[in-house]
Design a binder for this molecule. Structure first.
Ligand SMILES: [Zn+2]
Length: 160
């Protein structure tokens, strides 16, 4: 089983599991690979060596912590893996859509409104809007639970 880092045309990063390198090329050539986030079928394999691409991340080191406990492992067939991915994607998209529909759009006053709710100056409810990454960190430091949504074209479509 080979695990490759993949990216779609919109640069969403995800992992793909293949029985062999040939299996990857076959699935890619036949258009069976698609992005679990946006369904884009233009999937490319990312170079696995950390020095290529200029972004040396210790991800793979952190992902395998030394542990005396035997890890629970499961080996999925390609068909099962494909089905699992589809289910995860469907569940994720459904949950995201529900969250977006339930929340009130407060636009650019998101950070301000999130604080008001946190400090009980505004009625408690789910809100959505735009704010900077810095504001998101600041809000989290204040103990305000915010979720940064990925840019998902499908979500935008449902909001029209
Ligand atoms: Zn994508």
């Amino acid at each position: 089983m080979k695990v490759y880092n993949l990216a779609c045309a919109l640069d969403h990063r995800f992992e793909g599991w293949f029985s062999s390198e040939k299996d990857f090329f076959t699935q890619q050539a036949e258009g069976h690979l698609c992005c679990p986030i946006c369904d884009n079928a233009e999937v490319q394999r990312l170079p696995s060596a950390p020095h290529i691409g200029g972004k040396a991340t210790p991800d793979h080191i952190e992902r395998a912590p030394a542990s005396a406990e035997p890890a629970q492992t499961i080996a999925l067939s390609n068909a099962d893996h494909g089905q699992l991915e589809k289910q995860i994607q469907a569940t994720f998209m459904k949950a995201m859509r529900e969250l977006v529909h339930k929340s009130e759009d407060v636009g650019s006053s998101f950070a301000e409104e999130a604080r008001k709710i946190h400090y009980k100056e505004s009625p408690e409810r789910s809100i959505r809007g735009q704010t900077s990454a810095d504001e998101v960190s600041a809000l989290r430091e204040e103990g305000i639970d915010v979720l940064a949504l990925p840019e998902i074209p499908l979500l935008k479509n449902t909001l029209q």
